[in-house]
Write a new protein. Structure first.
Ligand SMILES: NC(=O)C1=CN([C@@H]2O[C@H](COP(=O)(O)OP(=O)(O)OC[C@H]3O[C@@H](n4cnc5c(N)ncnc54)[C@H](OP(=O)(O)O)[C@@H]3O)[C@@H](O)[C@H]2O)C=CC1
Ligand SMILES: N[C@@H](CCC(=O)N[C@@H](CSC=O)C(=O)NCC(=O)O)C(=O)O
Ligand SMILES: [Zn+2]
Ligand SMILES: [Zn+2]
Length: 390
């Protein structure tokens, strides 16, 4: 892999990337060409990437925005190799995390103070191209699409300068990569998105978290931080009870083992009328309904985090909302990546945020398909892929 390209306007023509040529097929590790960053773009050498269920979702063909061939991956950390003209926010050698939720600071969304979503490059990002409408990846003479503005399953990637944040070089990248999606998403949902003022769950809240994967356990971690009273993990997999308790959950319910009672009835009974907050971390629309209906009348809030497949819709009786329950959702936990992510990394470095505990599996890039299989097994919370080991 060339190490002397930094700062030079050259295409890197030997890195490897895991290419998704077609929906539903294994990834193929290929030699790719990665063009230099244009103005307001950054080329990053990716060191480590997590594999998230959203990568599998898009690979499956169920993502309405999914197109192929594409370089997937959106949970990555690395080092800036070179920057294009006009880039001032990061420089060569900076340790960074790629951001699938960019932050330009200038658009209507960024200026609203009401959301972490940024509108500046969302249209091109959704079409799998850079903001100028073209790709920086080539393989076998074909252009490859970018994914979520990050494409971290490549040893080198190019991102918009608003889609990357510099963090301390003291933090181990094989862990901080997970702050690029799963951990930040769940934690942010609990400490930022939840609550009418968006300040997170209040101290003393009773909470139910549906689905105890990386995202759900991160919600648990956020609820502990904000002083929740009851944190009930709901999962169909009994092994998640121990995981939930490790992160601070107080109770566990397996909804398949409560007889004739519905899960919403069970949770209402356990919380004297319903939960103050519930979180869907499964992507299952039936679970989303249960999560809403398990909320306390008058004020309970249910936050949708899980990503459901194309064509799936949520439903409930409108009466559930008329009587004061609130349905909302968030991407990346409501966290503003460039403004707020460095603080989360610092919290991790100061032992205030668990990250290491989520890593159950590791694979080299050559075994990335195994990393997808690992992720789908019930004993995996997160698998980290070493992008330098091919
Ligand atoms: N909004 C956002 O910004 C983001 C959304 N996501 C989405 O969040 C979701 C969760 O991600 P992740 O934590 O990685 O996923 P995991 O699959 O690791 O965790 C989901 C958990 O939910 C369990 N589960 C499945 N069905 C049910 C059910 N009916 N009731 C209760 N529990 C159930 C699963 O059990 P089992 O393993 O037995 O199936 C698993 O333990 C995904 O849909 C992902 O795409 C992820 C990141 C960001
Ligand atoms: N492309 C999908 C939507 C997938 C989705 O909801 N992505 C989340 C992040 S999930 C991360 O693992 C997100 O950022 N949503 C906001 C956005 O602007 O995409 C579809 O079309 O269904
Ligand atoms: Zn993700
Ligand atoms: Zn913006």
């Amino acid at each position: 892999m060339p190490a002397d390209t930094a700062g030079k306007n050259t295409t890197i023509d030997t890195p490897k990337a895991a290419v998704a040529w077609e929906a539903g097929k294994d990834l193929s590790v290929e030699d790719v060409e990665v063009a230099p960053p244009k103005a307001h773009e950054v080329r990053i050498q990716i060191y480590y990437t997590g594999v998230c269920h959203t990568d599998a979702y898009t690979l499956s063909g169920k993502d309405p925005e999914g197109a192929f061939p594409i370089v997937l991956g959106h949970e990555g950390a690395g080092i800036v190799e070179s920057v294009g003209e006009g880039v001032t926010s990061v420089k060569e050698g900076d340790h960074v995390i790629a951001l699938y939720t960019p932050e330009c600071g200038e658009c209507k969304f960024c200026k609203s103070g009401k959301t972490n979503l940024c509108g500046k490059i969302r249209a091109t990002q959704g079409r799998g191209v850079m903001p100028d409408g073209t790709s920086r990846f080539k393989c076998k003479g074909k252009d490859l699409l970018h994914f979520m503005g990050t494409s971290t399953f490549s040893q080198y990637t190019v991102v918009a300068d608003i889609s990357v944040v510099a963090i301390t070089d003291k933090a181990p990248m094989d862990r901080t990569c997970l702050l690029g999606c799963g951990i930040t998403t769940g934690y942010g949902a609990a400490v930022i998105t939840a609550g009418r003022g968006g300040g997170g769950i209040e101290k003393g809240s009773n909470v139910a978290v549906f689905g105890a994967g990386c995202v759900g356990l991160s919600v648990v971690q956020g609820c502990v931080k904000n002083g929740a009273k009851k944190i009930i993990v709901v999962d169909v997999n009994d092994s998640k009870e121990e995981w939930g308790k490790k992160f601070g959950a107080t109770d566990f319910v397996n909804p398949t083992k409560i007889g004739d009672q519905s899960i919403q009835e069970k949770l209402i009974e356990m919380t004297d009328g319903g939960c103050d907050y519930t979180f869907d971390c499964t992507g299952n629309v039936h679970v989303m309904r249960s999560a809403l209906e398990a909320c306390h009348k008058g004020w309970g809030e249910s936050i949708i985090i899980g990503v459901a497949a194309a064509g799936q819709e949520i439903s409930t009786r409108p009466f559930q909302l008329v009587t004061g329950r609130v349905w909302k959702g968030c991407a990346f936990g409501g966290v503003k990546g460039r403004t707020q992510l460095p603080d989360l990394v610092d919290d991790y470095m100061n032992n205030k945020l668990k990250v290491n505990e989520f890593i159950t599996h590791r694979q080299p890039l050559a075994n990335i398909n195994q990393a997808f299989s690992d992720m789908k097994a019930g004993d995996c919370i997160r698998c980290v892929v070493n992008m330098k080991e091919d």
